[in-house]
Design a protein around this ligand. Structure first.
Ligand code: SF4
Ligand code: SF4
Length: 298
């Protein structure tokens, strides 16, 4: 077990100690408990890409429809990558999936709901790609599950809540975020386009599928036909491929082979276009200057 470490969250309900998954906590949530649904009445739930995948499949809608109808975007850090949160009911703070009988999407409930009252803290050193998980306990006065006489290790709690699959599926996304945060200014500010791509890949998987299926994508990336077919017919494969693609976009790692010639031609076309736009802008500025200094007597 890890030593207790201080957490930088003064005043938060997170108990200021971190531990590994061998830690035994005392907790049980069960129908009939007097605080039933209290936690779902005031939500602040960030979604992972896998949460969105599961919920859009559950409702048999596209990722775009899910984003529009059930989420709000937010910025994880200023001027940086975006996240999405579950949108509460229109006139309040409650989760729209909450019913008197409990969660109406229980089998596909998001990662954050599964973890509660444990908080997952993913950490990554600058020289590592893999993250290390540690955990903390969230103790909020409204949650009476802490008074239930059931000891359970965090490892068993994760199993019980189906978190192993959820964490495996979202690991690539967490690693991208951790790498982005730990790289700081050394990799520079991500371009607007790379941030748009991050959003599309992570949260709007059906739009990413169209992007990967486009001729433009195949012109640049050299993917075997069989691999491309597998990626396009399985959302989970597509999502994992997307995380690989983003390592190339955000950090310049060559994770997908490029068709060098086509990529070079595209780069040259992009430069020509930029040059043409700059020339047109300069001509426009010159014309405005001429008009400004025209002889009023003429
Ligand atoms: S998704 Fe389910 S468990 Fe999560 S906040 Fe909503 S009702 Fe509660
Ligand atoms: S015990 Fe905690 S998690 Fe369970 S319903 Fe009550 S407030 Fe929610």
């Amino acid at each position: 077990m890890q030593d207790a470490q201080p957490l930088p969250f003064p005043g938060s309900p997170v108990v200021p100690q971190t531990f590994d998954d061998g830690k035994v906590i005392q907790f049980q949530c069960r129908p009939g408990i007097s605080c039933w649904n209290a936690c779902c009445s005031n939500i602040d739930i960030s979604l992972t890409p896998y949460d969105i995948l599961r919920l859009k499949h559950r409702f048999a809608i596209s990722s775009g429809e899910f984003l529009r109808d059930y989420t709000v975007p937010y910025e994880m850090e200023q001027d940086s990558i975006a996240g999405v949160k579950l949108r509460p009911v229109a006139d309040g703070t409650a989760c729209r999936f909450m019913t008197p009988a409990g969660c109406s999407v229980y089998a596909d409930r998001p990662t954050a709901c599964r973890y509660y009252p444990v908080a997952l803290l993913s950490l990554r050193r600058q020289d590592e790609y893999t993250d290390r998980s540690s955990y903390a306990l969230v103790e909020e006065p409204h949650c009476l599950g802490h008074q239930e006489p059931r000891p359970i290790s965090v490892a068993d709690y994760r199993k019980e809540q189906g978190l192993e699959d959820y964490d495996d599926a979202a690991r690539g996304w967490r690693q991208l975020i951790l790498k982005k945060k730990s790289s700081g200014p050394s990799i520079g500010k991500p371009s607007k386009r790379s941030l748009e791509l991050f959003f599309m890949v992570c949260y709007d998987l059906d739009r990413f599928s169209q992007f990967v299926a486009s001729d433009g994508f195949s012109d640049i990336y050299d993917l075997p036909a069989e691999e491309l077919k597998n990626i396009l017919c399985d959302d989970l494969e597509l999502m994992q491929f997307g995380f690989r693609f983003l390592r190339q976009v955000l950090f310049g790692e060559e994770t997908i082979p490029l068709r060098r010639e086509a990529a070079e031609q595209r780069r040259l076309r992009h430069m020509e276009r930029q040059q043409r736009l700059a020339t047109e802008a300069a001509a426009r500025r010159a014309m405005e200057q001429d008009e400004m200094y025209e002889d009023p007597a003429e």
